[in-house]
Design a protein around this ligand. Structure first.
Ligand code: ADE
Ligand code: ZN
Length: 347
C-alpha cells in the first residue's frame, strides 16, 4: 500500500474502495417500505399503521429487544419470489457502496417455523446470488445460521433439511439471543457441519463475555467470529486471536443501536486493529441500525479518527478472510490496490 492518503479525501476513499461484506442478516436488510409492500401482497397484517410508525419503532434497549421487532418483519416473507426480491434489493444497494462480495446470513429456521420450506427460502436467495455477477458486477454466497435460542435437536433438523441444497450454501453460522445460549450447546451439530465440508462462523462476544468467544473457537471450531467485541476484556484471548489471525466481523452501528457501547467514540475497533486483530467492518442489519456498510465506515472513521491505512487494512482483511477461492480474492485485492494507487497519485 502507498503512504497515508490526505484526510480530506478519506470520506471519498471509504466510499470508493472495493470491499466485502461478511456479516449481514438478509432479513435485517428488509426496509419498512418493502415490509409493507410484501405484507400487502401476501395479506399479512402488521401491527404498525404506517411505514413511518414501523421505522419509529426501531429504538432498542438490547439484542433481544431488537430481535423481537426483527421477527415481526420476517413474517411477511412467503414465496420464493419474496426471498429473491429481498436479496436482490440488498445486493443492488450493497453494490452502490462498492461491495464486490457479500456473504449473506439466512435464518432458515425462522421461515420454516412460519410454514415455508427450506427450498423456498434457499432457492430464492440463491437465485439472486447466482445472478449477482451479471446483474450487479459482484459475487455473493450464503451462510445458514442456526438460531441459538432453539435446541440442538432443531439445529440438527435444520441441517438435515438443508442437505439437499448443500451446494447452494457455503457455510454454517450461529445467531440470535446470545446470553444463556453458549456455543457449547451446538458442539455436536457444528462437528457434523464440519464433516459435511461447510465453512463455520458464529456470533460470539456481542453481548456475552469472552468465554463465549473461547467456546466458539474451541468447541465449535469456527473460522471467524461474528462481532467478538468483548474480546478486549481478556488479554489471553486477544493474544490468541492475534496469534491465530482469527477474523472478527465487527458491526459498529449495530453495537451502538443495541447499546453494546455508549457511543461510537467509545467503540474498541481501532484498539483491536492497532493490537493486530484481523477485523472487518460490516452492517449486520442495515435496515434497522441506521446504515449500510459505507455508513458504518464513514461514521466509525470519523468517531475514532482512523486514517487511510486503517481503511486499506479493513478492506483487504474483508477479501482475505472471505470464503472466496484464492484467485477471486487476488482479483479483488488488485482492484482495491488500484483504487488506493489512484487516490495516492498527485492530481
Ligand atoms: N440476528 C440478526 N441480527 C443479529 C445480531 N446482531 N446478533 C445476533 N443475532 C442476530
Ligand atoms: Zn449479526
Amino acid at each position: 500500500m502507498t503512504g497515508v492518503i490526505d484526510s480530506s479525501r478519506l470520506p471519498e476513499l471509504l466510499r470508493a474502495m472495493p470491499k466485502a461484506e461478511l456479516h449481514m442478516h438478509i432479513e435485517g436488510s428488509l426496509e419498512p417500505e418493502l415490509i409493507f409492500e410484501m405484507a400487502r401482497r401476501n395479506a399479512v397484517s402488521l401491527n404498525y399503521p404506517t411505514v413511518e410508525a414501523l421505522r419509529d419503532a426501531y429504538v432498542f434497549d438490547d439484542l433481544q429487544n431488537f430481535l423481537d421487532i426483527y421477527h415481526v418483519g420476517t413474517k411477511v416473507l412467503k414465496t420464493e419470489q419474496d426471498f429473491y426480491e429481498m436479496t436482490g434489493a440488498y445486493l443492488a444497494r450493497a453494490r452502490t457502496d462498492n461491495v464486490l462480495h457479500a456473504e449473506i446470513f439466512i435464518d432458515t429456521q425462522t421461515h420454516i417455523n412460519h410454514g415455508q420450506s427450506a427450498e423456498t427460502v434457499i432457492n430464492g436467495l440463491y437465485r439472486a446470488c447466482s445472478e449477482a455477477p451479471t446483474r450487479y458486477g459482484m459475487t455473493a454466497s450464503l451462510i445458514l445460521c442456526f438460531l441459538r435460542n432453539l435446541s440442538e435437536r432443531e439445529a440438527f433438523e435444520c441441517l438435515e433439511q438443508a442437505l439437499p441444497l448443500r451446494d447452494k450454501i457455503v457455510g454454517i453460522g450461529l445467531a440470535s439471543g446470545e446470553i444463556g445460549n453458549p456455543p457449547e450447546k451446538f458442539t455436536r451439530v457444528f462437528a457434523r457441519a464440519r464433516e459435511l465440508g461447510f465453512r463455520l462462523v458464529a456470533h460470539a462476544g456481542e453481548e456475552a463475555p469472552p468465554a463465549y468467544i473461547w467456546g466458539a473457537l474451541d468447541a465449535l471450531k469456527v473460522e471467524r467470529i461474528d462481532h467478538g467485541v468483548q474480546a478486549t476484556q481478556d488479554s489471553a484471548l486477544m493474544q490468541r486471536l492475534v496469534r491465530d489471525r482469527v477474523p472478527l466481523t465487527v458491526c459498529p452501528l449495530s453495537n451502538i443501536k443495541l447499546k453494546v457501547f455508549p457511543s461510537l467514540a467509545r467503540h474498541n475497533l481501532r484498539q483491536m486493529l492497532d493490537a493486530g486483530i484481523v477485523a472487518t467492518i460490516n452492517s449486520d442489519d442495515p435496515a434497522y441500525f441506521g446504515g449500510y456498510i459505507n455508513e458504518n465506515f464513514s461514521q466509525t472513521f470519523a468517531a475514532l479518527a482512523m486514517d487511510s491505512r486503517h481503511a486499506y487494512q479493513l478492506a483487504r482483511n474483508s477479501f482475505e478472510v472471505s470464503f472466496l477461492d484464492a484467485g477471486t480474492k487476488r482479483r479483488y485485492v488488485d482492484q482495491l490496490d488500484a483504487v488506493f494507487e489512484q487516490f495516492a497519485a498527485p492530481n
